[in-house]
Design a protein around this ligand. Structure first.
Ligand SMILES: [Zn+2]
Ligand SMILES: [Zn+2]
Ligand SMILES: [Zn+2]
Length: 153
C-alpha cells in the first residue's frame, strides 16, 4: 500500500476524510529529507508559497506520526524533530544533548537481539525506536561542560 493509501486508512479508522489539504501536506512532507522541527516544516511550507494554517499543519503532522508514516524523535526540553519514514530503510538515532545533532545508525546485532527478546516473551513487535542520548564526538572534544563526566572538574 502506498503512503496516501495508508494515511487514508488511518483517517477512516478515526472517522476522518482524506481532504485535499491533508493529501498535499502528506506529499510535501514525504519529499523532505532529514530531521526537522514543526517550525522548520511551517517555514518550508511558507517558502514554497503553500498557504496552510499552522494549526492544520501541526495537527496533520501529529496524525502522520500516529499513522506511522512520520517518525517523532524526542529531543531535550520537550522539543521534537520529525522524519518521514515511509519507504525509508529502518534506522535508529543518537541525539547529542549539547548541540542537538542527530546521528543515524543501524546495527544488525541490536536488531537481531531485539527480535530474539520479543520472541522469547511471545511479544509481536510492530515497530521500535532507539533513541540514544549523549554527547557527539565534537561536543565531547570541545569539552562542553555538560559533556564532561560527572565528578571531573
Ligand atoms: Zn532499530
Ligand atoms: Zn554535539
Ligand atoms: Zn533518521
Amino acid at each position: 500500500m502506498n503512503a496516501a493509501g495508508r494515511f487514508a486508512r488511518y483517517l477512516s479508522t478515526n472517522r476522518l476524510k482524506m481532504t485535499r489539504t491533508r493529501r498535499a501536506i502528506l506529499e510535501e512532507i514525504l519529499a523532505i529529507r532529514g530531521h526537522f522541527t514543526a517550525d522548520d516544516l511551517l517555514a518550508h511550507f511558507r517558502r514554497r508559497g503553500r498557504d496552510v494554517a499552522p494549526a492544520t499543519l501541526y495537527r496533520t503532522l501529529a496524525r502522520l506520526v500516529e499513522a506511522g508514516l512520520v517518525h517523532r524523535i524526542d529531543m531535550a526540553k520537550g522539543q521534537a524533530r520529525y522524519e518521514p519514514m515511509f519507504g525509508r530503510h529502518h534506522h535508529d538515532h543518537m541525539i547529542c544533548v549539547s548541540c542537538g545533532k542527530i546521528i543515524e545508525f543501524e546495527n544488525r546485532t541490536i536488531e537481531r537481539i531485539q527480535a530474539d527478546v520479543c520472541r522469547r516473551k511471545r511479544f509481536t513487535l510492530v515497530e521500535h525506536t532507539h533513541q540514544l542520548r549523549g554527547h557527539c564526538a565534537q561536543c565531547s572534544q570541545n569539552g562542553t561542560p555538560a559533556a564532561r563526566p560527572r565528578g571531573a572538574s
